[in-house]
Design a protein around this ligand. Sequence first.
Ligand SMILES: O=C(O)CNC(=O)[C@H](CS)NC(=O)CCC(=O)C(=O)O
Length: 276
Amino acid sequence: MKIAAIQMRSGPDPKVNLAALEPLLAEAAAAGARYVLTPEVTMAFAENRAGLAEVAAPFDADPQLQRVGELAAQHGMYVHVGSLAVPVEDGRFANRSVLFGPDGATIATYDKIHLFDATIAGLNAYRESDTYRGGEIAVTAPVDEFILGMAICYDMRFPQLFHALAQAGAGLMAVPAAFTVPTGQAHWHVLLRARAIETGSYVIAAAQGGQHANGRETYGHSLIIDPWGRIVAELDHDAPGILVADIAADQVADARARIPALANTRPFAGPQALPL
Ligand SMILES: O=C(O)CNC(=O)[C@H](CS)NC(=O)CCC(=O)C(=O)O
């Protein structure tokens, strides 16, 4: 199965972002992709909560999202919108991933569980939970012969999520992202490779990249990693573009046969704080 990651440089306006996305989806379809992943905050990378409130639409009436569903059907491929902001009851948003099937139907949604509340030296303090409400449910979905495990950006730092997805059968992990540059330089490749190795799974990471209109700068470097932890494709820059690779379910089985860490997982008690 051919899969593709789309790298973007989204701004605050969903119409402009959709216009940037459409030709990249067409390019992925022309390359033979059966499954395509777009980055976190594909549709609106806003400056703040007020900026999002101006453009975010109810989930069932989002014109850009509906257009992506039509494009999935037109191209006959799975299109996974890495995330977009969806208004929720408490005035915040869900940072939500949406998977469309090749017939254009919505197959699955996933709300980002782990929110980026961190202060990084030299950057602003990020308080994602001011704007977004965290999800509470891990999600898998069928994509042809694969089971897809859904994660978003900062989720990649939480191996227990990927372990749970793999235990539920996922062999392809999706990580749409809008990573900061310094943490990307330090951690992006090693964390994503580790998630692939630990779970014997493919990892596809579709990134935002470059200098955005909202003042943020993101790391780019979209990646596809095989279940042995090898990087099989990378956009070695932060500009918009697409990345394509062939994946095969027998590679998942092979990696898990060589290192059966999933099967060898055992429950344990403790830790005991010694000496008692
Ligand atoms: O805020 C928005 O509109 C969109 N969301 C993001 O950009 C999110 C939350 S601020 N970014 C990350 O999770 C980066 C994580 C990261 O860089 C790391 O883990 O090192």
